[in-house]
Design a protein around this ligand. Structure first.
Ligand code: NAP
Length: 244
């Protein structure tokens, strides 16, 4: 078993999750990369992490499956014993106005984004060391709402309630639980936003640019560090001023 701290990041095969994995690896933490579909991308992230001198591996699990999550943390327990940092990052979209949204679209997003956070955290909790960190990736949309995203906004608002409640439950074990609410971040998730819509969004961001995955990873790195031991139950926006 490793003497380093150990972190598990869900949905870390690309985008924000990948960036968080690299940031935590730079802080000398062993990293477990969770992914669902893209094994090749996940293994590439593991290679990058190992170059930074820490341990790393990829574990496939669909966060919307409780059984997959049980199996994943069974494997983590066997190899690492305990966990210091959990980042609930995996997420998905299926946008439509409520008028046109199907029950399948609603269930798909809630099952990954919100039930997934339950499935992962419930299975991880027995392994999380006292003084550990749970960091949940929400969205500013969970605070502001967004046209065509009732399912996504509800899931991200649900994460905020989950975060605050769990922070109250785990304070006595000195485990902090916080949420990060990104604004418009340049990843595969936002690639399909039409050019004109992107231009409108950019004009609404005081700092005048889309966020980078690293902008989110920098904050997660801080929240995961010893320097953030007195911060819990917070929702911190990283959005270039978009939502204030
Ligand atoms: P992304 O590039 O689409 O990456 C999503 C990640 O989640 C991938 O690694 C994907 O892995 C994984 N994933 C999806 N479904 C999964 C499942 N059922 N089980 C396990 N992993 C799953 O998106 P991103 O922009 O980096 O988003 C990361 C998080 O930030 C999400 O929670 C998202 O809602 C949130 N966020 C993003 C933005 C933004 O503007 N980009 C803004 C606010 C919040 P596989 O392909 O292997 O399944």
């Amino acid at each position: 078993m490793s003497s380093k701290k150990v972190a598990l990041i869900t949905g870390a095969s690309r985008g924000i999750g990948k960036s968080i994995a690299i940031e935590l690896a730079k802080n000398n933490i062993d990293i477990i990369i969770n992914y669902n579909r893209d094994e090749k991308e996940a293994e590439e992230v593991v290679k990058e992490i190992k170059k930074l001198g820490v341990g790393g591996e990829a574990i496939k699990a669909d966060v919307s499956s409780f059984d997959d999550c049980t199996a994943m943390f069974g494997a983590v327990k066997k190899k690492y014993g305990n966990l210091d940092i959990l980042v609930n990052n995996a997420g998905a979209l299926s946008d439509k106005t409520l008028k046109n949204m199907t029950k399948e679209q609603w269930d798909f997003v809630i099952k990954i984004n919100l039930t997934g956070v339950f499935n992962v955290t419930k299975n991880a909790l027995p392994l999380v060391n006292g003084g550990g960190r749970i960091i949940n990736i929400s969205s500013i949309v969970g605070l502001t709402g967004n046209f065509g995203q009732t399912n996504y906004a509800a899931s991200k608002a649900g994460i905020i309630g989950f975060t605050k409640s769990l922070a109250k439950e785990l304070g006595k074990r000195k485990i902090t639980v916080n949420a990060v609410a990104p604004g418009f971040i340049d990843t595969q998730m936002t690639k399909s936003v039409p050019f004109i819509r992107k231009k409108i969004i950019m004009a609404m961001i005081p700092l005048g640019r889309a966020g980078l995955p690293e902008d989110i990873a920098n904050l997660v790195g801080f929240l995961a560090s010893d320097k953030a031991s007195y911060i819990t139950g917070e929702v911190i926006c990283v959005d270039g001023g978009f939502s204030f």
